[in-house]
Design a protein around this ligand. Structure first.
Ligand code: PEP
Ligand code: MG
Length: 539
């Protein structure tokens, strides 16, 4: 047996074999071929296999996410047959006598560049599709270049790291737990693990390899330990711990339907954080009082191109209908920094956390912003949708947002569309600027929600993606707590309510502090709702 130590992201015990996911980011090798005909035939076979894969994905997506989202996989099938694309690959093979993988990649780069240089944002978005279909063919031609995670049976996934977009696409059915060599506890990958309720550890720090494949392991999400080929004694201890945890969870189940009320009668709202429709099940299952943060950017990251107004409308409507009269706070897209979607074609930045992200993207790409606002105001008819804006730093931004809201409402009215007028709107308090200006902001919006992940990062000048800052990283730093108190006082002075939707909201050691500050709502991952209710009821 050997043991590896990481940092715990989500508690739980997982027992099963390891699946090592090694990413290949190198470009395919170029070599001279002997027989042109054979190489073209190799390409044709791979293309046919790619089409077959896409048919399967289309059928699966049709059931899981509906026709609107599945449609892209039909488009990919059509793109594979595009005469220009095919001619270019065959010409590369024929005239340059190069291998098919290299010919596909050459065509991919040329076509993607062409699409990316077009003015129309829709056509620009097609560059991502070219990359997608091309890497599918290349990974069929050279399976060692395959960059997607496929779990055929239950396993503990071990990897260098996952981008948030890769995490959302993981096959949760067979995912027992995951451990990453890199990563940090407040990265979006870690947040997703928590939202999905998957035991996980990050930053194990040692280099791991495919030698681990198939080896039995136990991941202890409480201590952050990963036992590889555990001995009898460890297996027995872990089985007992797993059982104990299950009993504890069962006990928490008894709190379902009960109030979040302290012994002296103070009530607090406990809402859930969610990232996609799949999370709704655990939101309801864990008896959330509402949704305090729906990270709508994941809709964009799961998609190959800008999700249409109608596609978004269906998602928001389903959420509103499921939650009924409970608040369903949808945050407008917070793309940027570690949350990337290729088709946004964001230029590389020196300091992405301080760059074009969140509301800054919306206010520089009004057509994208207005599409989302239209979908939200239309869907709000079906429940209690509230809209929240991220990364706010100025009064001017809020005024600009309101002018887009007015425009959108006027358009919807003119078109005779059904929409709701009186939607609650709020902002995230996640920059020091928003704390200092909270008294002004409180006069303009209906509520505040504190994003402690970013507020900590920007207040302490500590990169949330960087876990090596070790002892310097203190999410409960007095300056962060003081900032939360300042924002709470500013909200209450104007009779507005304030919540916390960053990860700190689930820290049970701070629950009493937050209640004393007058925080009205805590929004946490679904699995943290009942432990938090238990804590509140004990105070
Ligand atoms: C936060 O910053 O605390 C927050 C809730 O938003 P995100 O983690 O998505 O940046
Ligand atoms: Mg944030």
């Amino acid at each position: 047996m050997f043991t590896i130590e990481g940092i715990s992201v989500f508690q739980g015990i997982a027992i099963g074999p390891i699946h090592y996911f090694g990413k290949s980011d190198s470009a395919p090798e170029k070599y001279e071929i002997e027989n042109i005909e054979d190489e073209i035939a190799r390409y044709e076979v791979a293309k046919a296999a790619a089409k077959e894969q896409l048919e399967g994905i289309y059928d699966k997506a049709l059931i899981e996410v509906g026709e609107e989202h599945a449609f892209i996989f039909e488009i990919h099938q059509m793109m594979l047959d595009d005469p220009d694309y095919n001619d270019s690959i065959i010409e590369n093979i024929t005239t340059r006598k190069v291998n098919a993988e290299y010919a596909v990649t050459e065509t991919e780069n040329a076509f993607a560049e062409l699409f990316a240089s077009m003015d129309d944002p829709y056509m620009q978005g097609r560059a991502a599709d070219i990359h997608d279909i091309s890497s599918r063919i290349v990974s069929i031609l050279s399976p060692e270049m395959d960059n997607s995670v496929r779990l055929g049976s239950p396993a503990i996934l071990v990897a260098e790291d996952f981008a948030p977009s890769e995490t959302v696409q993981l096959d949760k059915k067979n995912l027992l737990a995951f451990a990453t060599i890199e990563g940090s506890v407040t990265s979006h990958t870690a947040i997703l693990a928590r939202t999905m309720g998957i035991p996980a550890i990050v930053k194990v720090g040692v280099s791991l390899s495919s030698d681990l494949n198939g080896k039995d392991a136990i991941l202890d999400g409480f201590t952050g330990l990963l036992y590889i080929e555990p001995d009898e004694e460890t297996i027995a201890a872990m089985l007992a711990k797993k059982k104990e945890h299950e009993v504890h969870l069962k006990k928490l189940d008894e709190l379902k339907g009960k109030e979040n009320i302290t012994k002296d009668g103070r009530k607090i709202h406990i809402y859930a954080n969610a990232g996609n429709l799949n999370d709704l099940e655990s939101v309801v299952e864990n008896d959330a009082g509402g949704i305090g943060l729906f990270r709508s950017e994941f809709l964009y990251m799961e998609s190959q191109t800008y999700p249409t107004e109608d596609a978004q409308f269906e998602v928001y409507k389903k959420m509103a209908q499921t939650m009924g009269d409970k608040r369903t706070i949808i945050r407008t897209l917070d793309i940027g920094a570690d949350k990337q979607a290729a088709y946004f074609e964001l230029a590389p930045e020196e300091n992405p956390a301080l760059g074009l992200r969140g509301i800054r993207i919306c206010l520089t790409r009004p057509e994208v912003f207005k599409t989302q606002l239209r979908a939200l105001f239309r869907a709000a008819v079906y429940g209690n949708i509230c809209i929240m804006f991220p990364m706010i730093i100025s009064v001017g931004e809020i005024e600009e947002i309101y002018s887009y809201i007015d425009e959108v409402k006027a358009e919807l009215r003119e078109e005779g569309q059904l929409f709701r007028e009186d939607v609650e709107t709020g902002i995230m308090i996640e920059t020091p600027a928003s704390v200092f200006l909270a008294p002004e902001f409180a006069t303009l919006v209906d509520f505040f929600s504190i994003g402690t992940n970013d507020l900590t990062q920007y207040t302490l000048a500590l990169d949330r993606q960087n876990n090596s800052l070790g002892k310097f990283y203190d999410p409960a730093h007095p300056s962060v707590l003081r900032a939360i108190k300042m924002a709470a006082d500013a909200a209450h002075a104007e009779g507005k309510w304030i919540g916390i939707c960053g990860e700190l909201g689930a820290n049970l050691e701070l629950t009493e502090t937050f209640l004393k500050m007058g925080i009205d709502e805590l929004s946490v991952s679904p699995a943290s709702i009942l432990p938090l209710r238990d804590k509140v009821r004990s105070l």
